[in-house]
Design a protein around this ligand. Structure first.
Ligand SMILES: Cc1cc2nc3c(=O)[nH]c(=O)nc-3n(C[C@H](O)[C@H](O)[C@H](O)COP(=O)(O)O)c2cc1C
Ligand code: SF4
Length: 640
């Protein structure tokens, strides 16, 4: 009998009913026009998530005035009536696909992008955010009232555009949050000081929104349940605040943090514990009677437990729905193993935020390209031979088979997964491990013929005579020109051998592979030192993940020497020089070489030219990340 899922039960929110307990968290897509209007890719992206079965889609933060409210260059806007038309297409596409359409309204406050607004940022008090370092202008009472009115006008526009509701952005250190928090609100007038005064701005916004939109329109509020900065809003104060304004809103959405500690709480990278914000929604639930939405690295199982345990009424999924828009439908059809997991690598969703380019996803290349990247059955099935069972080969095989091609995949080792085999042993890589399992399950349930322990040779290709040859033969750990390198081992060997526990280890190379290897071994009991030539470690990561892994490395007592070059590997350690050329010797029982991967270009070159229609993809082109393997797999499959 199929399990009964609490996540699938409907729930009343204000005057409306959510068909289940799964909603999409607001996430900036950076697919807007320069004026904050919608684009077709953005509409397609949201429509796809609505189709996937979520009860409500909460559209990304949308700035409410054309003054200083825009938070970034690529934000969505709702500051003028001329945006109603485009936004109505967005609301329509969501509702036609079965979800309620809610849009988040926001004012960037002291975190607003001055590059985007061309104006000085504003705040309740002139206290700069420690990260942006911008000095905000203190708002006058008149200016505050104008902003309150702007929120109400934006809500009116949302209603006219056909949205079912709005979510007021009172979280993450933006304007509303800075009014609520004693950390950033030092006013001595009626907008500061006591809890009631700090709630006044939000309360007025809610009142003015209700006046313009009525009681049937959903008005939700997102807050940071804790800011996690000394002197910042804590959960007790957050509950007190919500109890003051509760009567005016239909739900409370409990996130956490602000830009001063964002990696730990706002958008948790893989090095942070999933679901650690549930204690906040749980505390909130004890204080209020409106529905409470929880968020924070939730997957279906974690969300289900949270609802069952009474830690939340509704679960918001952010990146999980970027990675797999169909998650809610897969929950309702009991196909949990088919959910493509978000691996929380932040490579595409957040990394591209810092580049101000549209959102992409490392495991779901169709994200943001929903119209072009459709899996359509072919009318001309081809025989496809794939060499290599790493992520690029597996994903191409999966797609080609879904498209109706006849696919055979050969892997020269006894395992599928390529570098994901050793790359998923760490506990913080559990979602990448699930991704590998997902790939294997999809292949197992498809028509792909898989041969392990079989290297593809020219003879094999000539015998098989495929129409298309795909070379995805991967990469190999680099042997650097360091004296004595043969005394060292590579990360795969180190990670897959339990005997490395309790040892003193030096990892040469503080890139992603080196740092993750060091962290994994340190957390299993080894004393680990990273020696890195450059001035910093993990430069490949976006800032949130970089901060997060550094903190965890420090907690695991990993010593890090940057600006140090290893000159020689000895039997009992290494000889290195620091940035000023001073020589030192570091002792270790094991030395690990994490100086990079080299593409298996020669192996691929040998097999080229036999089949006219040949593609070279993944690491054997250039050794890179999961992002590139998946994206090249999709690009290849879409062109078959
Ligand atoms: C690319 C991206 C953009 C985001 N933009 C917003 C936003 O516009 N408004 C907001 O309140 N939170 C935003 N967030 C935070 C998410 O709503 C969510 O709280 C966070 O990603 C944690 O949920 P998850 O672990 O399920 O992704 C964003 C997150 C991501 C990954
Ligand atoms: S890019 Fe990575 S972290 Fe972001 S949604 Fe996709 S899988 Fe998740």
């Amino acid at each position: 009998m199929r399990k009964h899922w609490a996540l699938l039960e409907p729930i009343s929110v204000g005057k409306r009913v959510f068909k289940n307990r799964m909603v999409m968290a607001p996430m900036e897509t950076r697919m807007n026009t320069p004026y904050g209007d919608v684009t077709q890719p953005m509409i397609d992206y949201y429509a796809e998530r609505a189709k996937g079965g979520a009860a409500a889609i909460i559209i990304e933060n949308s700035y409410i005035d054309n003054d200083a409210s825009r938070s970034s260059l690529s934000s969505s806007g709702f500051y003028s009536d001329h945006l109603i038309s485009g936004k109505s297409l967005l609301a329509e596409s969501i509702k036609e696909n079965g979800a309620l359409a809610i849009i988040q309204l926001s004012h960037g406050g002291r975190q607003a992008g001055e590059a985007a607004t061309g104006k000085q940022c504003v705040a309740p008090s002139p206290i700069p955010c420690k990260v942006t370092q911008r000095l905000p202008k203190e708002l006058s009472i008149r200016e505050i009232q104008t902003i309150e009115d702007a929120f109400a006008d934006a809500a009116r526009r949302a209603q006219m555009a056909g949205f079912d509701g709005v979510e007021l952005h009172g979280a993450h250190g933006y304007l509303m949050a800075t009014f609520i928090s004693p950390y950033s609100n030092k006013r001595t007038d009626e907008y500061g000081g006591s809890a009631e005064n700090r709630a006044r701005f939000t309360a007025n916004v809610i009142k003015k929104v209700r006046e313009k939109t009525g009681q049937d329109f959903i008005v939700g509020l997102r807050i940071s349940g804790e800011e996690f900065v000394p002197g910042g809003l804590n959960i007790k104060q957050a509950c007190e605040f919500v109890m003051i304004i509760e009567d005016g809103i239909d739900y409370i959405h409990v996130s956490a943090g602000n830009y001063e500690n964002s990696p730990e709480y706002m958008i948790m990278p893989m090095y942070e514990e999933a679901g650690k914000l549930l204690s906040l929604s749980e505390a909130m639930k004890k204080c209020v009677s409106i529905p409470v939405i929880a968020v924070g690295a939730l997957d279906a199982e974690l969300a289900e437990q949270a609802i069952k345990k009474g830690q939340a009424d509704i679960a918001a999924f952010g990146r999980a729905l970027i990675a797999d828009p169909m998650l809610p439908n897969k929950v309702s059809s009991g196909k949990l193993k088919d959910i493509r997991p978000c691996c929380r690598g932040n490579e595409g969703c957040i990394s591209r935020f810092f580049l101000a380019v549209p959102m992409r996803c490392e495991v779901n290349p169709a994200c943001g390209r929903e119209r072009d990247y459709r899996i359509v059955k072919t009318t001309e099935p081809k025989r496809i031979l794939i060499a290599g069972g790493g992520p690029a080969g597996l994903e191409t095989a999966r797609l080609a088979s879904l498209m109706g091609h006849d696919v055979t995949l050969y892997e020269k080792t006894d395992k599928l997964g390529g570098h994901l085999v050793e790359g998923t042993v760490s506990n913080f890589k559990n979602k990448t491990a699930t991704l590998l399992e997902w790939l294997k399950t999809q292949i197992k349930n498809s028509n792909v013929k898989v041969y392990l322990n079989t290297a593809v040779t020219a003879e094999l290709i000539k015998k098989e005579q495929p129409d298309v040859l795909i070379l995805a033969v991967g990469s190999t750990y680099q042997e650097p020109p360091i004296l004595g390198y043969e005394k060292a081992i590579f990360p795969d060997n180190a990670l897959l051998s339990p005997q490395n526990k309790d040892k003193t280890i030096i990892v040469i190379g503080g890139g992603l592979i080196g740092s993750e290897t060091a962290l994994t071994l340190a957390e299993t009991g080894a004393r680990v030192t990273i020696v890195e030539m450059l001035g910093d470690i993990v430069p490949e990561h976006e800032p949130f993940s970089q901060d997060s892994i550094k903190r965890r490395l420090a907690k695991a007592n990993v010593q890090i020497f940057t600006g140090h070059t290893v000159k020689e590997i000895l039997d009992d350690g290494v000889v290195c020089t620091d940035s000023e050329g001073r020589q030192k010797q570091l002792a270790a029982q094991t030395v690990i070489l994490a100086t990079g991967l080299k593409p298996n270009t020669e192996e691929a070159e040998k097999l080229k030219g036999i089949v006219p229609d040949t593609y070279v993809i993944g690491d054997c082109k250039t050794a890179r990340k999961i992002y590139n393997s998946f994206h090249e797999a999709w690009h290849t499959a879409m062109n078959l």
